[in-house]
Design a protein around this ligand. Sequence first.
Ligand SMILES: *Cc1c(COP(=O)(O)O)cnc(C)c1O
Length: 393
Amino acid sequence: MNSIKKPGVNTVCTHVGEIEDKQFKGAISPLYMSSSYAYENVDIKRYPRYFNTPNQEALCKKIAMLEHAERGLIFGSGMAAVSTTMLAFLDKGDHVVLPKTLYGGTYNFVTEEFEKFGIEYTFTQGFSEKDFTNAIKQNTKVIYVETPSNPLMLITDLKMIARIAKEHGLVTMIDNTFASPINQTPLDFGIDISIHSATKYMGGHSDICAGAVAASEEHIQKIWHKAKNLGGSLSDYTVWLLERSMKTLALRVKAHNKNARKMAKWLDKHPLVASVYYPGLPSHPDHELAKKQMRGFTGMLSFELIDSVDADAFMNALQLVKQSMSLAGVESTILSPAKTSHALLSAEEREKQGILDGLLRFSVGIEDKDDLIADFEQAFDAVGKEQLQKLLS
Ligand SMILES: *Cc1c(COP(=O)(O)O)cnc(C)c1O
């Protein structure tokens, strides 16, 4: 590894950070489950909740390099990463600006917990420069964004956010989960801190719950200090599994990108589909912006069926594609945001955000595209045959 100056992304995924097995010369990082280590000095006291066991440190190197960051930290869940990072930079009396279309868990964290910490917040309605600058107040410390957004895959201009933040002396954070570091490296655009639910693309097999943060040494120090107090560290066994998963991250994400692009195009032409939301489609309102800041457009897309086709019946008719709350696994999954992730919003608020009852969020897996299309075709046949015949006659 030392012989390679600038490893490519697949080499980073496969090798960076790996622990050499000096004892047996095994091919992969050994797993160190010790929760207790001999005292080295005041600076190095190894302990799982200090986020510095051998396996944690190894995996953090890989994540940092993938995010083009100086350092990384891994957590017990995406929400542990989100909450610890926010609380590291927001004190009593501070204010944060965030878009309204946040991931549900983050929205709940802000609206249910901030008041008791004395932290103020403003949700922006949209994603424009005006939306963000109008929300900034005297005591604003942080701008927090999520792009692409869930479920409509709307794009926030990262360069613009970084510029606004610089003008006002603010720290910027992004939830980079949907894009993954393969498709988007926000620090390249001046964003300070990139956060992930590693439960999604990084883990990628729907069997790990974890979180990650990548940033400068200085910012990570600050987050680490809060993390020790809050205690959201990840078990080393799961760290080791996550390292294994991430060896194929670039391969997987490229396969997700390719399948999603093909499925988006196919759905876009289908007579029973009213609209498709995928930033890789030229018809998406943010396509040009997405091209500027993303290398690929992810495996996530949403689509709306025409009014006369029942979305629930359609989902139930699918056989290969399963209904599931989570996303970004190698298997394709689908859900109704109005009934699940966004069920707690009022119907009026959902309509304002463009999340209609017939909208379906599709996490496109890595199965063969033709099999996905065959499954969709048989489901459309099962629930929309009459409508299809009417439309085609
Ligand atoms: C799942 C998710 C989270 C929360 O992650 P957990 O691992 O479930 O705690 C945060 N942000 C986004 C965008 C997510 O999809």
